[in-house]
Design a protein around this ligand. Structure first.
Ligand SMILES: NC(=O)c1ccc[n+]([C@@H]2O[C@H](COP(=O)([O-])OP(=O)(O)OC[C@H]3O[C@@H](n4cnc5c(N)ncnc54)[C@H](O)[C@@H]3O)[C@@H](O)[C@H]2O)c1
Length: 351
């Protein structure tokens, strides 16, 4: 970054956080308490009381009611976007207009078309400034599996299996919400773990409670990917017992799957037990910290290096195809166009 002298005199990157709810509040606290090299300079929320509370807890950050005003402020060099999904694309575009690096929570946008607008703006700019909050890519258990798969130790990876269970479905959530808000993480995991692009999806579902006919809180997603690879994903957003996410990558000569997250295994009265996390904030606490720390370091080194706008776009194209498959009851193709050169990395995506 060029404007090091601006950073409050101590060299730390001045970060503005949009949205101070569950995720934005967590990101702000994490930046304030755990991340080296950054300072929460400002927060923005339409809920002034909530914003004021988080600003106070983060060392007296400036408070803005309007997110665009905060992004445009000279005292903000990089932006975390954690407001509701429909606000994401426009706020990311504002960051791009000003050349400010940004970490946008998933989904990057509410449709592939909107996400493509972000990709096109970034390509036009000629540099990557956008990172999308697919934090599983920083989860130590997931990274271990990815490293084994990429090392060749289990032979050519041919199958991804993912399971994703939430304790309780939010009121009013329909099948489309389950795909865009929950399954989108798993769609990204499959692409990332297999280094491949999704070509076709087929979704079967159930309403496990019978409360909302035709709206699936349990979805089984089958994927075909480039390079002759396959994936199955179970998304169960009303599982009752707690929050759980895991993956397995099957290679031609072996397999690797995520170890259970930390926590003692307790054996008592002839029963062996282990804690199950309540939600994503608990399960992925370490991942969120590492995500932010690496984001800050990557900005210092020039540009964000994590999941990018293309990953945000490609996951939304697959998500839209999943929704189409739920409606049609048939497999649906995933029309991902050629990836712009800006997003090509060495060794990325098998064709
Ligand atoms: N990566 C993950 O694991 C993960 C998990 C949960 C949610 N999310 C994503 O994070 C985002 C936020 O979700 P959440 O659970 O924190 O929601 P939330 O409702 O707890 O918080 C959203 C906050 O944004 C504020 N807000 C609304 N409109 C705004 C605007 N125009 N400008 C500024 N602030 C505004 C709200 O007042 C609220 O405080 C969503 O996009 C969601 O999909 C990601």
């Amino acid at each position: 970054m060029e404007n090091a002298e601006k950073r409050g005199g101590d060299g730390r990157i001045l970060v503005g956080v949009v949205g101070t709810g569950g995720m934005g509040g967590m990101h702000a606290h994490c930046l304030h308490r755990k991340v080296a090299g950054a300072r929460v300079a400002a927060v923005s929320d339409v809920d002034a009381e909530q914003a004021g509370k988080v600003a106070e807890e983060c060392g007296g950050a400036a408070v803005f009611g309007d997110a665009v005003e905060m992004i445009r402020d000279d005292g903000v060099e990089a932006v975390v976007i954690a407001s509701p999904d429909p606000t994401h694309a426009e706020l990311v575009l504002e960051c791009l207009r000003l050349g400010k690096p940004n970490l946008c929570e998933k989904p990057l946008a509410t449709s592939p078309e909107e996400a493509m607008g972000v990709v096109e703006a970034e390509v036009e700019l000629g540099r990557k400034l956008v990172q999308v909050g697919f934090m599983r890519r920083y989860d130590p258990q997931h990274v271990d599996v990815k490293d084994v798969a990429a090392s060749g130790a289990i032979g050519r990876p041919v199958l991804f299996k993912g399971w994703h269970r939430n304790a309780e479905i939010p009121t009013g959530a329909d099948s489309g919400w389950v795909v865009i808000n929950s399954a989108i993480h798993d769609l990204d995991s499959a692409r990332w773990m297999l280094d491949a692009e999704i070509k076709e999806v087929y979704v079967c579902g159930l309403n496990t409670t019978g409360s909302r006919e035709g709206e699936f809180d349990l979805q089984l997603i089958q994927l075909s990917l480039t390079g002759g690879r396959l994936a199955t994903i179970e998304v169960n957003v009303d599982a009752g017992y707690g929050y759980e996410v895991g993956v397995e990558v099957v290679g031609v000569s072996g397999t690797a799957y995520t170890a259970p997250p930390s926590g003692a295994v307790v054996r008592l009265d002839r029963v062996s037990s282990q804690n199950v996390e309540a939600d994503w904030l608990e399960r992925f606490e370490a991942a969120y910290n590492i995500e932010l720390q690496q984001w800050v370091e990557s900005i210092n080194n020039g540009y964000p290096t994590g999941p990018d706008a293309w990953d945000g776009y490609a996951s939304l194209v697959a998500a839209e195809a999943c929704i189409a498959s739920i409606k049609s009851g048939k497999p649906e193709s995933v029309p991902v166009p050629e990836k712009p050169v800006l997003y090509e990395k060495e060794g990325s995506v098998v064709r």
